[in-house]
Design a protein around this ligand. Structure first.
Ligand code: ADP
Length: 589
């Protein structure tokens, strides 16, 4: 029962210097019996215990004396009054110290088993991309019972937002710089290089911005972030940072290993839904994944004076006799980048060359671009009339929906499957195998075909992809092609069980470079056991992360599809009057 207060949290900066954050962390704000004296806890206890037994002894002795001398008990001396008061005080202290905790420990025992709660009685929010009702109205999953907070005061105040966002007033020197930025005599972008202090630069820029726009940035935190870590890599001209909550889905049993999947999202229900999918997968023995391909692409566009010349370069690039030379030139860019293929497409006099290479644990855009630049420089010798229009000609294709990624793949191409037992479909997913298979066929396959979908043959793959990407420092814009996914469902074992799979041809992830090295994102990668470069087997961390993304999508697909299937069932049951069940009850069950 330790009472501890930490008024400042130590936060390591890049330079290794501890930085005092002005965040107030208070372990326990509740007044306790042991606060009665400003002494160490054991001394306070000793004082009150001695006091209690001394006054009890004193009162019993004096009452025995009164009984012996026939003195009425209600006639009390001053000493007895003091003893009575001391008795009451020490009794209250001891009751407060030992009694309340003992009673609490008996009646408020939290369950440690995440799967322990009864599904039929507990409700939790399910994610449904078409959900029109607020969280809580389409609930369908169990959560473990949590110990209620003993008293309103007992909730620890771990985050004082006001303190967090409060920045000290600028010093005189900073005030001068702010005025110069506002006047335009110092460019805002040059602050980092001029000051050599990224935090100070961000603080000055922020203040100048507020004065220029007349708009407050209160609520956007400035303190508590390592601005050095983003310099020249992640974000220019910072004025603060956005906070996104991170939830955990899982454990997800994938290829015999358990993963707790971090998901950064502000979409209520998403984590809970994915968590339910993980539960169904786990209880059915887990999922397994296969990586079909691993290669990042970049496709420059070059122009010639004639179609003939463009075609000549295409034939040159595709001639196996030239591959060794081209790959040698390409591979000089990095010890991890290894050319795999070059696929060419002609459009009139223009040639698009789609280079594909392995990139180790990096997502690989920089790596492949460097290799491509080497090859272009080399080609200029044999094709001096080649006009390089752009290092990227969109045949790559990065951050845009494109059939080439869907068909050829980009990044990691992963297939993930699981067999969900019929009783798990009923008990955990609250639907049945036939309903899921039918819904998948009509929604994810037929419906998407009617919509002219490009890689969108799924229920909500991008929900899971985006949340895991944000948590693990991936490029969130790549969620476009990374979310390409076809979800297949099939009844097996005489229709009793469900085979479900997700095929995702272009999962673009890395565990080094970009946002992966930032503290919070790196912590999430660490949780998955894929932080940084894998020294023994370069590339295996990134490949593992891609499998986890696919496994999590599998869980998300299962859960949302089940929620929708359950909703369909309710409607048809109501329509045909086969059930008298309350719609809301059934929708959530
Ligand atoms: P990207 O190519 O995804 O944009 P970066 O170029 O920013 O990534 O980061 C990759 C850098 O990390 C390269 O300089 C590369 O040499 C280095 N690196 C170290 N270890 C690895 C590894 N195991 N796999 C890939 N790159 C690695």
């Amino acid at each position: 029962m330790e009472v501890g207060k930490r008024s400042a949290m130590e936060h390591s900066t890049k330079a290794g210097k501890p930085m005092k954050m002005k965040v107030q962390f208070v372990d326990d704000e509740v007044a306790k019996a042991s606060d009665a004296l400003p002494l160490p806890l054991y001394l306070t206890n000793a004082v009150f215990l001695s006091l209690f037994f001394s006054v009890v002894y004193f009162l019993l002795t004096s009452w025995r004396e009164k009984i012996r001398t026939n003195t009425p008990l209600h006639i009390v001396s001053l000493g007895e009054i003091v003893a009575l008061l001391a008795f009451v005080a020490s009794f209250i202290y001891l009751l407060g110290f030992f009694g309340i905790d003992f009673v609490q420990s008996l009646i408020l025992q939290p369950s440690n088993d995440i799967w322990a709660a009864d599904d039929d009685e507990e409700e939790i929010i399910l994610k449904d991309d078409a959900r029109k009702v607020p969280c809580g109205q389409a609930l369908d999953f169990s959560i473990p019972k949590m110990a209620p907070i003993a008293s309103p005061k007992a909730a620890p105040e771990v985050f004082d937002e006001k303190v967090m966002i409060e920045t000290p007033p600028p010093t005189e020197e900073d005030e001068e710089i702010i005025k110069a930025v506002v006047a335009g005599t110092i460019p805002s972008y040059s602050l980092e290089s001029k000051l050599g202090d990224c935090k100070r630069a961000a603080s000055i820029r922020r203040e100048a911005l507020q004065r220029i726009t007349g708009k407050s940035l209160e609520g956007l935190p400035l303190e508590g972030f390592d601005y050095e870590s983003i310099l020249g890599q992640c974000c220019e001209m910072p004025v603060g940072y956005i906070t996104i909550p991170v939830g955990i889905a899982g454990p997800l049993m994938l290829d015999g290993k358990e993963f707790s999947v971090p998901m950064a999202t502000t979409e209520g229900c998403l984590v809970a839904s994915t968590n339910r999918g993980c539960k169904a997968i786990n209880l059915s023995g887990g999922a397994s994944s296969v990586l079909l391909k691993d290669g990042m692409t970049r496709a420059p566009v070059v122009r010639f004076n004639s179609v003939k010349r463009a075609a000549e370069l295409k034939f040159f690039m595709e001639d196996p006799a030239n591959y060794e030379t081209i790959s040698m030139v390409f591979n000089k860019s990095s010890r991890f980048g290894r050319l795999q293929t070059v696929r060419c497409a002609v459009a009139g006099k223009n040639l698009y060359m789609r280079f594909c290479c392995s990139t180790g644990d990096a997502m690989g855009m920089n790596m492949v671009s460097k290799g491509v630049q080497n090859v272009l420089d080399f080609l200029q010798n044999d094709f001096p009339d080649m006009d390089v229009i752009g290092i990227s000609g969109n045949y790559c294709s990065d951050k845009k929906p494109a059939a080439v990624n869907w068909i050829e793949g980009r990044g990691k191409s992963v297939v993930c499957e699981a067999v969900i037992k019929g009783d798990i479909v009923t008990k955990v997913l609250k639907t049945n195998v036939a309903a899921l298979v039918e819904l998948n066929m009509l929604k994810n396959l037929t419906g998407s075909a009617i919509a002219g979908a490009l890689g969108g043959f799924n229920a909500h793959a991008s929900n899971i992809v985006s949340a895991v990407y944000l948590a693990t420092g991936q490029d969130p814009a790549q969620n476009i092609e990374s979310s390409h996914c076809i979800t297949m469902m099939e009844a097996i074992n005489d229709g009793k069980d469900l085979h479900v799979s997700v095929t995702m041809p272009s999962i673009e992830v890395g565990t080094v470079g970009g946002g992966t090295q930032l503290a919070s994102q790196s912590a999430c990668l660490n949780l998955l056991g894929v932080k940084g470069a894998n020294r023994e087997a370069p590339g295996s961390n990134a490949r593992q992360l891609a499998s986890v993304v696919a496994g999590s999508v599998l869980a998300g697909e299962l859960s949302l599809m089940s929620a929708i299937a359950a909703g369909q069932l309710v409607k048809s049951h109501m329509k045909y009057n086969r059930s008298n069940k309350d719609v809301t009850t059934v929708a959530s069950a």
